[in-house]
Design a protein around this ligand. Structure first.
Ligand code: HEC
Ligand SMILES: [Cu+2]
Length: 366
């Protein structure tokens, strides 16, 4: 009986080993609890990232495939768990030491060595289980990974930066391009083909309800895709440790109707409109180092930090570290390290009047 327990234990171990296949550049279906929500620890900023990261609530074809596989793995593991625990509990009760046997050699169980049937069983059964699981996984990967964009796909370039996401897509007119950060807006029901690149280290794109993880690797181009079937905001997270602020490298995909998407695309393609409240701040933005790191259409071309042309169309600041509003924006410009310690934007140590002016200007970037 103990040998059987050992056989089943080995089977469980080998499943664990088979699960840990995360070769780079393939979509890795992941079976785990939803990512813990990142709290900012800032009393003044509510957590904007409450939301569903559950792989068991898919809304897009690759996510459905991954859920099926997750259930299969979960089911097989559950059966093994029940058998092992059942045998264990049964053994504990059946073979417990009894008063009359205590301390007598007669209490020793029968010793079995080198049983051929048992050796064969604990070799063959795990092999079969591992074989079934790997076939199912390979099949899922093949179904999820596409070689080329699906017909009619919207193509989006995704660039991972420490610690934010850049998105580039075609603008409203053929020669324009929309560049934005951390929040991707896409139309419902249309395939979205992502081309993933990294500006620095390895990141991983993961929006659990839309698709599996895909690594974002320097000097290497990866692709993934999804097709959201219902409107809403889907949260995601960088899923490859990429430095101190990795946990605050969140992203959101806002799925809207086709018409809303076109309206968004048109608005994002336009240069910002100058307004009186922004004049002083714009001058400061150009005087200070801001312009070296940030692009604003028609104003500056820096590309180290997020494009700010339509900053105020976003819901969050600092890749989801806080909701975007005048208060958090001021805190951010004053010293980004307060909100996102270690991030790659320094405090420019503006005085209060300068801060007011710069923030007033940023607020005009709708
Ligand atoms: C050394 C380069 C650098 C300079 C100089 C700089 N920034 Fe940044 N900025 C960044 C980086 C990098 C980020 C992204 C940080 C993150 O999310 O991890 C950022 C983020 C931001 C954001 C948030 C954008 C978003 O969508 O989350 C705002 C707003 C911003 N900067 C404004 C400014 C202003 C105003 C100045 C000048 C006072 C300035 N920055 C100077 C690099 C810079
Ligand atoms: Cu990352």
């Amino acid at each position: 009986m103990r040998l059987w327990c050992a056989a089943i234990f080995l089977a469980v171990c080998s499943i664990g080993a088979a699960d840990r296949s995360d070769a780079p550049s393939v979509v890795t279906p992941i079976v785990c609890a939803p990512v813990a929500q990142s709290a900012t620890g800032m009393g003044s900023t509510e957590n904007v990232n409450g939301g569903d990261l559950n792989i068991f609530h898919p809304v897009s074809p690759p996510a459905y495939e991954i859920r099926e596989l997750a259930w299969l793995v979960f089911g097989i593991s559950a059966v093994i768990f029940v058998v092992v625990e059942g045998v264990l509990v049964w053994s504990i009760i059946r073979f417990r030491s009894r008063d009359e046997e205590a301390g007598t050699p007669a209490g020793e169980p029968v010793q079995v060595f080198g049983s051929n049937p048992v050796e064969l069983a604990w070799t063959i059964i795990p092999c079969i289980i591992v074989f079934v699981l790997s076939l199912a996984t390979v099949r899922t990967i093949r179904e999820v990974e596409l070689e080329a964009p699906p017909a009619g796909a919207l193509e989006v370039d995704v660039i991972g930066h420490q610690w934010w996401w850049e998105f580039q897509l075609a603008g409203a007119e053929s020669d324009t391009r929309v560049v934005t950060a951390n929040e991707l807006v896409v139309p419902v029901g249309r395939p979205i083909w992502l081309t993933l690149r990294s500006a620095d280290v390895i990141h991983s794109w993961w929006v659990p309800r839309l698709a599996g993880k895909t690594d974002v690797i320097p000097n290497h181009v990866n692709h993934t895709w999804f097709q959201a079937e219902s409107i809403g905001t889907y949260l995601g997270q960088c899923a490859e440790y990429c430095g101190t602020q990795h946990a605050n490298m969140l992203l959101r995909v806002r799925v809207v109707t086709g018409d809303e998407f076109i309206a968004w695309q048109v608005a994002q393609s336009r240069p910002p409109v100058d307004s009186a409240s922004g004049v002083a701040g714009k001058a400061l933005f150009l005087q200070l180092a801001c312009m070296n790191c940030h692009a604003i259409d028609g104003v500056s071309t820096g590309s180290f930090g997020p494009n700010l042309t339509h900053l105020m169309s976003r819901e969050t600041i600092g890749a989801g570290v806080a909701p975007l509003n005048p208060k958090t924006l001021r805190m951010w410009v004053d010293d980004p390290q307060n909100l996102k310690e270690g991030c790659n934007m320094p405090s420019l140590k503006l005085d209060s009047a300068q801060l007011d002016a710069v923030v007033a200007y940023l607020l005009t970037l709708k």
